[in-house]
Write a protein that binds this ligand. Structure first.
Ligand code: GDP
Length: 348
């Protein structure tokens, strides 16, 4: 184990107190102990520990791997719902309504609002999520914004880890909301068990806007702002689109009209979320999605760690000798190979 900081012995009584998160006995560094302590508090439902752990995900704190490992056995219980759609389509307002329904059903809720385009995080975006803020005084609702912040493993990886922490912290309903419908948002949506795509009558030809990637991931379509003119046409167009493209699929994505401002149609949406969860859980699809998610996670970690190793190798090896002579003699591929494999084993 890496010897960072002072070493300390695990207090066996701690294991009794935290019961669910047990670390093998032995000597641990201070940062490892703090991570262990954090995992214990998080598993016990401590909101501040949850916030701290999500912050560690954003900061790429190396100890987050330990926290995630220790709480892993407590995950897999949450229903993770992704909500995507163009900015201004009413996603936050809709999420606010869904949160209210879930709370009245006694669920504990976690929300991750993701903005791939913004370099800011925490309060900066949450300020914009004013429509969900009436829940901030309710300890049964945990809302957090996340931004890219030059994250090597990608925002999707960060969102996945954050959702896992929410799940471990006892949030049995999780919302992952994105700001737009770009490629990064699609990646983030793969974090979800159920993906809701929100459109509006104001979006013009909604069917045109539904790009191939979105159609593929949509489990439920919502026509929000159904109080505005044109909603019925968007509804019909989407119904036709579903019939044409998913006519034979085991799950036919329902199209639901909502008015998030008044709450009309929100009960129907919440029921559809439950139905979709039940359908994929019984058909084995939930397991398949989770397996794919885990695969993507491992891939992201491999890419991130490989990039770290490559950067370290470049830092240690200057190339000055090779670049001092006739540049036509430099084979960049061969040199790159020697930097990556200084001991001579080739990468292929
Ligand atoms: P987001 O950017 O997708 O999260 O959208 P917001 O939830 O911030 O909503 C954008 C605007 O649309 C706000 O002014 C909302 O009050 C308004 N809005 C949301 N839902 C509805 C709705 O069902 N009907 C109408 N007319 N306006 C809505």
């Amino acid at each position: 184990m890496p010897g960072i900081g002072a070493s300390c012995r695990l207090n066996p009584r701690y294991n009794e107190a935290s019961a669910r998160v047990v670390m093998p006995s032995g000597n641990y560094t201070r940062s490892q102990m703090l991570a262990h302590d954090l995992a214990g508090r998080l598993a016990a439902g401590d909101v501040r520990a949850l916030a701290r752990a999500i912050r560690m995900v954003e900061d790429r704190d190396p100890e987050i791997a330990r926290v995630l490992r220790e709480v892993r056995s407590r995950t897999g219980r949450a229903h993770i719902v992704g909500v995507t759609g163009p900015p201004g389509s009413g996603k936050s307002t809709l999420c606010d309504q869904v949160i209210e329904r879930w709370r009245s059903q006694g669920h504990r809720v976690g929300v991750i609002a993701v903005d791939p385009s913004s370099p800011f995080s925490g309060g900066a975006i949450l300020g914009d999520r004013i429509r969900m803020q009436r829940h901030t005084t309710d300890s049964g609702v945990f809302i957090r914004s996340m931004a890219a912040r030059g994250h090597v493993g990608g925002l999707a990886a960060a969102a996945r880890e954050a959702v896992r922490l929410l799940d471990a912290g006892g949030r049995d309903r999780c919302l992952v909301e994105t700001v737009g419908v770009g490629q990064s948002e699609l990646e983030v949506m793969r974090t979800a068990d159920t993906t809701v795509v929100v459109t509006t009558p104001a979006a013009g030809d909604a069917v045109q806007i539904i790009k191939a990637g979105i159609l593929e991931i949509a489990d439920i379509f919502v026509v929000n702002k159904a109080d505005l003119p044109g909603a019925a046409k968007v509804y019909r167009d989407l119904k036709d689109l579903v019939r044409q493209t998913k006519g034979h699929a085991a799950w036919q994505p329902p199209v639901i009209q909502t008015s998030a401002q008044t709450g009309n149609g929100v009960d129907e949406l919440v029921e559809a979320l439950d139905r979709h969860h039940d359908a994929i859980a019984t058909g084995g699809e939930l397991e398949r999605r989770r397996r794919e998610r885990l695969r993507a996670e491992v891939e992201a970690i491999v890419v991130e760690r490989s990039a770290d190793r490559a950067r370290r190798a470049l830092h240690e090896r200057t190339m000055e000798d090779e670049l001092a002579g006739d540049l036509r003699d430099v084979d960049p591929y061969a040199l790159a190979e020697r930097i990556l494999n200084p001991n001579g084993q080739t990468g292929r």
